[in-house]
Design a protein around this ligand. Structure first.
Ligand code: ZN
Length: 232
């Protein structure tokens, strides 16, 4: 049984990772257009680097929770038949044990060299403008997909969604991109669709099974159901 899980800000928020989805639309007091666009980086690279350096350090101090661990457990049962696609730039899925994972919006723990295109692992601060380990240029930026940029691995994600038997959206609204597009695509190709989110989506969104609640409560239950159904 092939399953594609899409995760969003809601699953990270339960680990204490703040996001733009918080009520005021700000992220630690910053507006999206000041820290999460290519134009902001061009205008004020020092502020943008400092912002992501702080985010990188903040994520290192939080831990995955039961929902992240449940998805890793599901991968243990399904192997390559489970693909987790996350919109989150933290590494909580990896730290919980997920391996078959796509970071469609990049990763805080990588840098992107705008001179040579290398994407090295990166845990230090970028504000001091360190040299790229590949080409030596001091042109590293956070390897995070900003608003107006193209997400990573869209072809691979789309192929997996088209081929899956179950599509699950966790901690993100089924009414907005990318979840809205993927749930429609999965449904069109005959997959069963499931939503596990704090706020249920519009009833017009074609989820076969929509459950409202915290990821920490819903995801382990759903994973148990899948594993039980598979072994029965
Ligand atoms: Zn480089």
């Amino acid at each position: 049984m092939r399953i594609v899980v899409l995760t969003g800000a809601g699953i990270s928020a339960e680990s204490g990772v703040p996001t733009f989805r918080d009520a005021d639309g700000l992220w630690e007091g910053h507006r999206i257009e000041d820290v999460a666009t290519p134009e902001a980086f061009e205008r004020d690279p020092a502020t943008v680097q400092a912002f992501y350096d702080a985010r990188r350090r903040a994520v290192a101090s939080v831990a995955p929770h039961v929902a992240h661990r449940a998805l890793a457990r599901l991968e243990g049962a399904l192997g390559d038949e489970l693909l987790v696609v996350t919109q989150n730039v933290d590494d909580l899925h990896e730290r919980a044990g997920s391996r078959n994972l796509v970071h469609m919006h990049g990763e805080l723990r990588r840098a992107l060299c705008t001179a040579c295109g290398a994407r090295p692992r990166w845990d230090a601060d970028l504000a001091p403008r360190p040299p790229c380990p590949v080409c030596g240029e001091r042109m590293l930026r956070p390897d995070v997909v900003w608003f107006g940029e193209m997400p990573y691995e869209l072809d691979r994600i789309e192929q997996a969604v088209v081929a899956c038997d179950v599509f699950v959206s966790i901690g993100t609204s089924g009414a907005v991109y990318p979840a809205a597009g993927y749930v429609a695509l999965a449904a069109a190709f005959g997959a069963r669709t499931v939503e596990l989110n704090l706020v249920p989506s519009d009833p017009m969104i074609p989820f076969d099974d929509a459950r409202a609640g915290r990821a920490g409560e819903l995801v382990p239950v759903w994973v148990d159901e899948v594993i039980a159904a598979r072994s029965s």
